[in-house]
Design a protein around this ligand. Sequence first.
Ligand SMILES: Nc1ncnc2c1ncn2[C@@H]1O[C@H](COP(=O)(O)OP(=O)(O)OP(=O)(O)O)[C@@H](O)[C@H]1O
Ligand SMILES: [Mg+2]
Length: 232
Amino acid sequence: MQDAHELLHAENIEKYYGVADLRTQVLRDVSLSLRGGECVALLGPSGSGKSTLLQTLGLLQDADDGTLEIGGVPVIRDGKRCEGFEDNRGKNIGFVFQKPHLIPFLSVLDNVLVSVVLDHAPTSAERERAGRLLAQLGMDALGGRMPSELSGGQQQRVAIARALFPEPRVLLADEPTAALDAVRGSEVMHLFRELAERTQIAVLVVTHDTRTLNAFHRVLKMADGELVEPTP
Ligand SMILES: Nc1ncnc2c1ncn2[C@@H]1O[C@H](COP(=O)(O)OP(=O)(O)OP(=O)(O)O)[C@@H](O)[C@H]1O
Ligand SMILES: [Mg+2]
């Protein structure tokens, strides 16, 4: 770990899909760092490997080679999972996807609490914390509603609150505004930046929307499985 503020540090990540003759390389020697408090965009043509990179950094897919540290703790070394890999995924990584994927028969508040609801009846402290997260995202009055009673942008805010509930150090979002109109999309991107700055988490957002790039501290670009300049 070179920098005390680095929350994620990836070096020489390589990944292949398929076997034998069909084996193709999708990540080539990818190295990057994310520091606490920064909101970074990841751009690149369709098929360039953005989702694969995000899922590999988020420990949803294995790498074939390379090293990954999260919060200074090694989670992948030489492409192999280190001890605590699964714990790290649950505790340190939050994910937001293109669609909110809320559970339709749970209230907004219970959707934020879903990781708890599946395990035990939420405590009052947990309910209060979920309510505070919704309030920080401008959704204070909406905890009792059902997802179908929200707009697309509001639903995506619930998905962001759900991702933040376990207090991850790194938030990864894959085209989180693709289903939103330009205004709502821009609001969500600025929300990510504000969150990063206020809570000092690191946020990495895959997007095709160049109109919202002013919300980011840095922009990374991928082409054919590689990070291209500007270099991280
Ligand atoms: N499960 C898989 N098996 C085999 N190949 C895959 C698999 N998932 C993705 N690929 C291939 O890997 C490459 C990178 O895909 P990836 O989904 O990471 O691209 P992307 O940059 O996110 O594209 P998009 O902008 O369209 O979402 C593509 O060539 C894709 O066809
Ligand atoms: Mg993708």
